[in-house]
Design a protein around this ligand. Structure first.
Ligand SMILES: [Ca+2]
Ligand SMILES: [Ca+2]
Ligand SMILES: [Ca+2]
Ligand SMILES: [Ca+2]
Length: 676
């Protein structure tokens, strides 16, 4: 398998293995109109919303409203008639602000029953339309349309558990150097890319006509048959560096493309690999420069990297040059993450995976087993998703790419597999850790932390997969909810279970206990303003506070439940209620809270942080002139509530929708862990 050859030629071969052979779904047959060429046709479908749960409420619009004596009575009659056919009950609730009527059935109706109920309602001569009053949930999952295909971020059993980690950190302030083929312009990257450097000394492989220069653009690494080595076939450009960079820090939650593992981190692109591979000397100089060191003839780097990703290698011993460069970075506080190699052999035979002071990464497929191509053994520190496109393309790793077959063309997305794309998952998590822990957190601490919190592969890896599968949430110390739910009416598999359990564990909400000692949370009830006051007061740590002897609110008595908490909220200026024309102040303690007002409460609770809302609203249903626009935009900006994105990519916030208790738990959880 290994033929002795000059190191440069070996570098070429393995760089080709790591960079080229893995590429599958890229541009040849793709067209601009189809940005995810290998994806199923429902790529633009709703990405983050969970399926609507069965509902027990329906909304009815009446015909000829002015001719109806009592809209409530007519609606009630139609609803009871429709419900009777199903053997259930129904009652009239209230009109909506839009002139429709809300009815409630005696139980939640599964889809088929709901359809039958609606059909019966619609057959009533008074009814113009009838529709389910769908139970909505918010989700902080990013709204990027490619996210549902980014299984390495969220899937069990092999995913890195990124969504829970993002409640704690998204890589703010971290810099990740990508030493690779360079980078291409991409909407999903440009805003996160710092000025890097083209460290390639060999103009023949660089294709930009010169040696080292300040422009690390990937000019393409295509080759003609036999161009680099008599035996190698012709290949298209790989856009390998662009792909790796997207895995680490593609812009997240912008209703476009994909999201990176550390979407708030910055990429420092170093170009060191070209058409026929890259020299160790160029790679090593790139490492030193990225870590803040001096490289003769190259201007200083003003953005020292916290992490360096090396998705490259050769079948070789670790060279002195390589080790020295890595040691420099290590001593400078920069963690070096490397691909373990794709030879289905011992990683100890691949460099730089076999160097000291690196975090070397094996690849797992979507089932969590070591990928068939991945290296293994004592040279591996940890395992991350690398994909398996033999199963199908979508089992590979989706990231940013380019349509060019030779030189760069339009931006694209594509799937790759390999330890090359496993390593950047670890680099991204290292960036989250460095951001969260601060600059006293050393590369050794990063490596130890990632290993200590890794989990066992679901399929045994007797050859050696290091400490196991990397786990972003565990590495960041994310909350892990109890295996048994504290509430009888909340299941452990339910949306926002973690957040509701956390609320209970923190003593913020203990729910209700009935005469038999059964504890419930009532997750789908709207939260009332008095309970919200109690939640926020407790979230603030139940500060020392004596409520005034005279209530600040005409509709809240001093001996009422949560009086103290409501008075505290008023005193803190978080909610001061309403003042009528005669100066009387009221709080409306039993009213529910709409999403727009909640945004204002949470923003003020967070101390009204400095924030300028965008000139264009992120939400189609919220105008920039609307009350609480700034607060809603802030909530979205901080991923506390990101709203919904529909099939056409239209993003909405639903400002007048009331907040239920489960969603409130999620908001408070995220607010509590909010990264700076
Ligand atoms: Ca150049
Ligand atoms: Ca260049
Ligand atoms: Ca995105
Ligand atoms: Ca190591």
């Amino acid at each position: 398998m290994f033929r002795p050859r000059p190191f440069t030629a070996a570098a070429l071969t393995l760089a080709t293995v790591l960079a080229g052979a893995a590429l599958t779904a890229l541009p040849a047959q793709a067209t601009e109109a189809d940005p995810f060429p290998a994806l199923p046709s429902r790529v633009s479908g709703p990405p983050v919303t969970s399926p609507a749960a069965a509902t027990d409420q329906f909304i009815v619009g009446l015909k000829n409203r002015s001719g109806i004596a009592s809209e409530a009575a007519s609606t009630s009659q139609a609803a009871q008639h429709a419900a009777g056919a199903l053997g259930i009950g129904a009652q009239y609730l209230r009109p909506t602000a839009t002139g429709a009527q809300v009815v409630k059935t005696s139980k939640r109706l599964p889809d088929a029953d709901a359809d039958a109920f609606l059909a019966a309602l619609r057959s009533s001569p008074d009814v113009a339309y009838a529709e389910p009053d769908v139970v909505l949930h918010t989700s902080a999952a990013p709204n990027d349309p490619g996210y549902p295909y980014q299984w390495p971020l969220w899937d069990d059993p092999a995913g890195i558990r990124a969504p829970a980690a993002w409640d704690l950190n998204r890589g703010e302030g971290s810099v990740v150097a990508v030493v690779d083929t360079g980078i291409t312009s991409h909407t999903e990257l440009n805003g996160n890319v710092l000025p890097g450097y083209d460290m390639m000394s060999n103009p023949d492989w660089a294709r930009d006509g010169d040696g080292r220069d300040a422009n690390p653009r990937d000019e393409g690494d295509w080759t003609g048959a036999g161009e680099c080595d008599a035996e190698t076939p012709a290949t298209n450009s790989s856009w390998h560096g662009t792909h790796v960079a997207g895995i680490i820090a593609a812009i997240g939650n912008n209703s476009e493309g994909i999201t990176g593992v550390a979407p708030a981190a910055k990429i420092l692109p170093l170009r060191a690999i070209g058409s026929c591979g890259g020299y160790t000397s160029d790679v090593s100089d790139s490492i030193v420069w990225a870590a803040g060191g001096t490289v003769a003839g190259v201007p200083a780097n003003s953005n020292r990297a916290n992490v360096i990703n090396l998705s490259l290698g050769a079948t070789a011993a670790c060279s002195v040059t390589q080790q020295n460069a890595i040691d420099f970075a290590h001593n400078a506080g920069t963690a070096v993450v490397v691909a373990g190699g794709n030879a289905n052999g011992p990683a100890a035979e691949t460099s730089p995976a076999n160097c000291q002071n690196v975090i070397s990464v094996a690849a797992a497929g979507r089932n969590g087993a070591r990928a068939s191509y991945s290296n293994y053994g004592a040279g591996i520190d940890i395992t991350a998703p690398g994909g398996d496109v033999d199963a199908d393309n979508s089992s590979g790793i989706l990231s940013t790419a380019n349509f060019g077959t030779t030189v760069p063309a339009d931006e694209a997305y594509g799937y790759l597999q390999g330890t090359s794309v496993a390593a950047p998952h670890v680099a991204g998590i290292a960036a989250l850790l460095m951001s969260k822990m601060g600059n006293t957190f050393t590369p050794d601490m990063v490596e130890a932390r990632l290993k200590a919190t890794a989990r066992t592969l679901p399929v045994a890896c007797p050859e050696g997969c290091g400490a196991g599968l990397v786990d972003a949430n565990a590495a960041l110390g994310g909350y892990v909810p109890p295996a048994v739910s504290p509430f009888a009416d909340v299941s452990t598999g339910q949306q926002f279970y973690k957040e509701m359990a956390w609320l209970a564990g923190q003593g913020i909400s203990a729910g209700w206990v009935d005469g038999n000692g059964i504890r419930t949370y009532r997750p789908l009830q709207p939260i009332s303003r008095d309970a919200m006051a109690a939640f926020l007061y407790r979230l603030a740590g139940s500060p020392e506070y004596t409520a005034p002897d005279v209530s600040p609110f005409a509709d809240v008595s001093t001996n009422q439940q949560f009086y103290k908490e409501m008075a505290w909220l008023a005193q803190r200026g978080i909610s001061t209620g309403w003042v009528d024309g005669t100066g009387i102040r009221t709080y409306h303690p039993l009213d529910s809270i709409n999403r727009d007002a909640m945004a204002a409460f949470l923003y003020r609770f967070a101390g009204s942080p400095e924030y300028t809302a965008p000139a264009v609203s992120p939400f189609a249903d919220v105008s920039t002139g609307q009350q609480f626009y700034k607060e809603m935009a802030w909530l979205a900006d901080r991923w506390i509530s990101t709203g919904w994105t529909d099939a056409n990519g239209v993003r909405s916030y639903r400002p007048l929708q009331p907040i239920n208790r489960d969603a409130m738990a999620a908001f408070l959880y995220r607010l509590s862990f909010l990264p700076d």
